[in-house]
Design a protein around this ligand. Structure first.
Ligand SMILES: N[C@@H](CCC(=O)N[C@@H](CS)C(=O)NCC(=O)O)C(=O)O
Length: 317
C-alpha cells in the first residue's frame, strides 16, 4: 500500500515499553510498528480490554493473514467481528479504535495495534513459539512484509473488480461521509495521510469503478511479484528457505484472493501453485480460506455479468 504516504509509521514505537525477557528484536531494530497513542483512541472502552482481542472480518485478506498466524501460534484470542460489507468500519465506534478504519486491529492488554504486518511482528515477539520469523532475519522480513503491504490496494482493485463486483459504488456516500467525519484522524498523534489515501481510493471507485486499465496495471504488478516467487519456490519449499514463515502466510493470502479473481497461477507460476495447494491443505490455513471461496455458481454469475471479460483477458495473460 502506498507506503511513501504512510510516513507516520515510525521506528521504535515500542521503545517506551522496555525489553522483556525473551524479546528477540533489539529496540533499535524495530521497524514500522504502529501502536496507537492515547490521543488517537476515542472509543475508550478498549483501554480496559485484557488479553488478546482481534477486531476483524471473516472475508478480509489482512484479517485472514492474522488469523492464520494466530492459529499456527495457538494464541487464544477474543473475536470482535467487524462487518465490512455494511461499512461498520466507517462508523464512529470503530474509527474511535482505528482512525484508519481498517481491519484487523489488535487490542492487547489495553494497547491498540493497527496494521496487520506490524501486529504480526509484535505478536511474534510476545509469543515466540513456534518461530515464524527466523532469528536474525527480522529486518529483512520487516522490509519484505512492507513490500507485500505496498500491493494491498492492487489486491483490493482486483478483488472488487473480479471477486466482489458490487453493483454500485463499493462505499455509498453516507458511509464515506461518516468515515471522513469520525475518528481522531491521527496515528501516533500525527495527522494520518493513510486515511486520505483510503478516501481517495473509494471516491475514485465511486466515480470510475475498477477500470480495465487499473485492473491490467495491478495484475501486471502481481505477475512480476509471483514470477520472482516462483523462481524462489523452484529451489526451496518455503519463501524464506526450509521453514514456514510469516512471508508464506502473507503471500498465500494474496495468491488465494487472486486465484478467486481468476488469476491463472497453475499455468503462469506452477511452483507457486503447488506451494499454495500445500499450505491450503494445512488446517491452520484451510480454516480461514477454503470456507470463504465463492461457490463456482457465484463466480460464474460475476463473470457473466462482466460480459466474459476475465482477469486473464484484461491483463493479456
Ligand atoms: N495495511 C493494512 C491494510 C488493511 C486493509 O486495507 N484492510 C481491509 C480489509 S483486507 C479493510 O479494512 N478495508 C476496509 C473496507 O473495505 O472498507 C493492514 O495490513 O492492516
Amino acid at each position: 500500500m502506498s507506503q511513501d504516504a504512510v510516513s507516520n509509521k515510525c521506528e521504535e514505537q515500542h521503545a517506551g515499553g522496555g525489553a522483556e525477557p525473551g524479546t528477540r528484536f533489539k529496540l533499535s531494530e524495530r521497524r514500522f510498528m504502529v501502536q496507537l497513542v492515547d490521543s488517537d483512541i476515542r472509543t475508550r472502552e478498549v483501554l480496559g480490554w485484557q488479553g488478546v482481542h482481534v477486531l476483524h472480518f471473516m472475508g478480509s485478506s489482512c484479517s485472514q493473514k492474522l488469523r492464520i498466524f494466530l492459529n499456527l501460534k495457538k494464541i487464544p484470542w477474543q473475536s470482535h467481528p467487524i462487518d465490512l460489507p455494511s461499512n461498520e468500519n466507517m462508523q464512529s465506534w470503530f474509527l474511535g479504535i482505528n482512525p484508519r478504519g481498517l481491519v484487523p486491529v489488535l487490542v492487547h492488554d489495553g494497547a491498540v495495534h493497527i496494521e496487520s504486518n506490524d501486529i504480526i511482528q509484535y505478536l511474534e515477539e510476545r509469543f515466540p513459539t513456534p518461530q515464524l520469523i527466523p532469528a536474525g532475519r527480522e529486518n529483512e522480513i520487516a522490509a519484505l512484509l512492507k513490500h507485500e503491504d505496498d500491493l494491498h490496494l492492487d489486491l483490493r482493485t482486483l478483488s472488487f473488480r473480479f471477486v466482489f463486483a458490487p453493483p454500485g459504488p463499493p462505499k455509498p456516500a453516507a458511509a464515506l461521509e461518516s468515515y471522513i467525519a469520525n475518528g481522531a484522524g491521527t496515528v501516533q498523534g500525527v495527522k494520518d495521510q493513510e486515511k486520505q489515501i483510503q478516501i481517495e481510493f473509494w471516491q475514485r471507485a465511486a466515480r470510475e469503478g475498477f477500470t480495465d486499465a487499473q485492473a491490467r496495471a495491478s495484475a501486471l504488478k502481481f505477475r512480476a511479484e509471483f514470477g520472482a516467487l516462483d523462481k524462489t519456490l523452484a529451489k526451496q519449499p518455503y519463501l524464506m528457505g526450509d521453514h514456514l514463515s510469516v512471508l508464506d502466510i502473507a503471500w498465500l493470502i494474496y495468491e488465494h484472493r487472486l486465484s478467486l479473481a481468476g488469476y491463472p497461477f497453475e499455468r503462469l507460476h506452477p511452483h507457486v501453485h503447488a506451494w499454495a495447494e500445500r499450505l491450503r491443505a494445512m488446517s491452520e490455513f484451510a480454516k480461514e480460506v477454503t470456507q470463504l471461496r465463492h461457490s463456482a455458481e457465484r463466480l460464474d454469475t460475476i463473470r457473466r455479468a462482466q460480459s466474459g471479460n476475465t482477469l486473464e483477458m484484461i491483463a493479456g495473460f
